[in-house]
Design a protein around this ligand. Structure first.
Ligand SMILES: C[S@@+](CC[C@H](N)C(=O)[O-])C[C@H]1O[C@@H](n2cnc3c(N)ncnc32)[C@H](O)[C@@H]1O
Length: 265
């Protein structure tokens, strides 16, 4: 499967060290929302180059599997695994298109599903539902949790709003397919030292995202605003973070499924 991410593995890896917003806000907020993973089996969907996949394993998960549709991202992740031997596995999957048949490598095989910045790349509402269905199917029938970073639909699209955070998000032409009134495409550009790259993402409303999660069987949904660490505040100062925290470009969505809520998977 070719994807807009195929040539971006190294670029994506360098965002982890070069972007203050990833280091001091995204990562700690996400790991706090995910909680203790010691002893758990985890599926990381849209794992990309394996940034969080490796971190989840390092945090004590007994088994971590990354799934992504980008061969380029997975090549990088597998190369690292070969060198570092962390015991992380990777699968090629389009997570927005759950198989009609059983997928024994995935179905019911995990205690927890994670997914950092994968929902914004579902191009249709149907595929967004497919993504949540993949997450639900990976969990036990009795229930489980999917914790994901989603694009905040209130994201600022005035050029330059996130310039201090190395991000630019610009609205592009409205959708032409009239049956998809939601999910406006955005160009997301990251600029870090000696590197700029752009991606197309889709801005799904909270209602559409919640509908997708519920239709897959997740009935308890909690939106979490990311927070900056004390170390981030000390290094950059409160004034630096204010603009971002007033309107973060992403939000964490915790989805819990419980069979007793009538989840008839
Ligand atoms: C913005 S990157 C995030 C990568 C990683 N989670 C991280 O935070 O570093 C989004 C990833 O989602 C993957 N992705 C997008 N749509 C996908 C799909 N339908 N199925 C599987 N992976 C997908 C992309 O290939 C890419 O690696």
């Amino acid at each position: 499967m070719s994807s807009q991410f195929d040539d971006l593995a190294r670029a994506y890896e360098s965002t982890v060290t070069n972007m203050a917003v990833r280091r001091h806000l995204e990562y700690p907020s996400y790991m706090a929302a995910v909680g203790d993973v010691a002893g758990l089996t985890v599926l990381d969907i849209g794992c990309g180059s394996g940034v969080y996949t490796r971190r989840l394993r390092a945090a004590g998960a007994t088994r971590v599997v990354g799934a992504d549709q980008s061969e380029g991202m997975l090549d990088y992740a597998r190369d690292r695994e070969e060198r570092e031997q962390l015991g992380v596995e990777y699968l090629v999957r389009d997570v927005t298109r759950p198989a009609d048949h059983a997928d024994p490598a995935v179905d019911g095989a995990f205690d927890l599903v994670t997914g950092v910045y994968v929902t914004p790349y579902a191009p249709t509402a149907g595929q967004l539902c497919g993504l949540f269905t993949t997450a639900r199917r990976a969990l036990p029938a009795e229930g489980g949790r999917f914790v994901t970073y989603a694009l905040n639909p209130e994201v600022a699209t005035d050029p330059g709003y996130y310039a201090d955070y190395d991000i630019d998000l610009v609205r592009v032409e409205p959708r032409v397919d009239g049956d998809e009134p939601d999910g406006a495409p955005l160009t997301l550009t990251i600029t870090i030292p000696e590197l700029t790259f752009s991606l197309t993402a889709y801005r799904w409303s909270l209602e559409t995202q919640e509908h997708a999660a519920r239709s897959a069987g997740f009935h308890h949904l909690t939106w979490i605003r990311p927070q900056v660490t004390d170390e981030g505040l000390r290094q950059y100062g409160e004034v630096y973070w204010k603009r971002y925290l007033d309107c973060p470009h992403t939000l964490i969505l915790e989805c819990v499924a419980d069979r007793r809520d009538g989840d008839r998977r």
